[in-house]
Design a protein around this ligand. Structure first.
Ligand SMILES: C[S@@+](CC[C@H](N)C(=O)[O-])C[C@H]1O[C@@H](n2cnc3c(N)ncnc32)[C@H](O)[C@@H]1O
Length: 233
């Protein structure tokens, strides 16, 4: 697992070009993935929610669009330059007013026990220094019956793997170097995706952290998956 300070430093280096790289490298399909995540959250009508590893805030904004202004939304991240991007985008759009973006490390969440109806985290769990500790922290801050929604890369369906890994290892780091000027960060991305567990293994790890149930949904030939986990009522 990568060291937290190294991860934070890496994202600080690409913060200004993160959104552009994201949309370009995913061919724009990241919009669809965030939409699916937000639709799943909306089905449970939370009163408050926290978006962890919020980065430049795109999940928090999508949640505001789908859930409306009455749901309290807070984004947390441990990389200030990424949070600055989120705050700048929030301040440009009137309907995003009231979304708070604050410093917070998922290894020690600055939130009271049982205080949150729903937690989202997109493309963050993969970077945790200690995945079990992060999942336990999320369980602690969720209310009984509360839900965790993880959007993360997964292991793609067998038929798609050869194409995907050629893209991931040969094309993506070069495209990323062109977009962000930091090939190293995207070599790391390719490696961390390759090592990340399958849907079944991540489900098992979430249950081991103490969640009562987990449902996994693969998207786009399971390039990514949404894991929806419930804290016991
Ligand atoms: C790939 S970006 C994802 C950003 C955003 N969720 C999205 O979907 O575009 C990963 C983010 O996770 C943050 N991050 C990684 N580990 C973290 C931790 N332990 N605590 C807080 N933030 C973390 C990084 O700083 C970075 O902003």
């Amino acid at each position: 697992m990568p060291e937290g300070t190294a991860v934070s430093r890496m994202f600080a280096g690409i913060a200004g070009r993160y959104d552009l790289a994201n949309h370009l490298l995913s061919g724009g399909i990241d919009f669809h993935w965030r939409n699916r995540l937000a639709a799943k959250v909306r089905a449970h009508a939370p009163n408050n929610l926290v978006d962890l590893a919020t980065g430049s805030g795109d999940v928090a904004f999508k949640l505001r669009e789908k859930l409306g202004p009455n749901v309290e939304i807070q984004g947390l991240d441990f990389c200030e330059p990424m949070l600055d991007q989120a705050r700048r985008k929030r301040d440009e759009v009137a309907s995003y007013e009231g979304i708070n973006f604050d410093f917070g490390d998922c290894m020690a969440l600055p939130l009271p026990e049982a205080s949150v109806d729903a937690v989202t985290i997109a493309f963050g769990v993969r970077n945790f220094e200690d995945r079990h500790q992060g999942l336990e922290q999320i369980l602690r801050v969720l209310r009984p019956g509360g839900r965790l929604f993880i959007l993360e890369f997964s292991q793609p369906d067998n038929w798609f793997r050869p194409f995907y890994y050629v893209y991931l290892k040969a094309i993506l780091p070069r495209l990323a170097a062109f977009t962000t000027g930091d090939k190293g960060a995207y070599d790391y991305l390719a490696g961390s995706i390759e090592e990340f567990p399958s849907k079944d293994t991540l489900t098992e790890q979430i249950l081991q952290a103490g969640f009562a149930s987990v449902e996994a949904t693969g998207l786009t030939a399971s390039i990514v998956a949404i894991h929806e986990a419930v804290k016991a009522p």
